[in-house]
Design a protein around this ligand. Structure first.
Ligand SMILES: [Zn+2]
Length: 119
């Protein structure tokens, strides 16, 4: 939470400069501060997401279970987290090796950089 306020403060640093610019266009200092608060609030979470999701890949693994795709009993994998892919709050779907490979190939085609399965 401290980081959040530091971040908002960082956004406020541009306020005096911005105000000098927009003053002539009829915008007040309050609306400029408000604009930066809104900007900071939005970008804090976007930046946080970008910074924390970079190169992070999380897999869940089951020694044995039923594949949610083909119904085969096998060791199962589930990709939970990758850059631009977040299923932490989604319904847990576990896939066998073959189905998991098809899924990751499909995600790679969509531009999600998946390194590979890990236990
Ligand atoms: Zn399967």
């Amino acid at each position: 939470m401290v980081k959040f306020f530091l971040y908002l403060l960082r956004w406020q640093l541009s306020t005096p400069i911005l105000w000098l610019v927009v003053r002539n266009l009829g915008s007040g200092i309050l609306s400029t501060i408000l604009a930066n608060l809104i900007g900071g609030t939005i970008f804090f979470w976007i930046d946080k997401y970008i910074f924390t999701s970079k190169a992070i890949e999380m897999w869940h693994f089951k020694e044995k279970g039923i594949c949610d795709n083909c119904g085969k009993e096998a060791p199962l994998w589930r990709l939970v987290l990758a850059p631009g892919y977040d299923k932490r709050n989604a319904e847990a779907k576990y896939l066998c090796f073959d189905c998991s490979k098809k899924k990751t190939d499909e995600l790679r085609r969509r531009g999600i950089p998946i390194r590979g399965r890990s236990k």
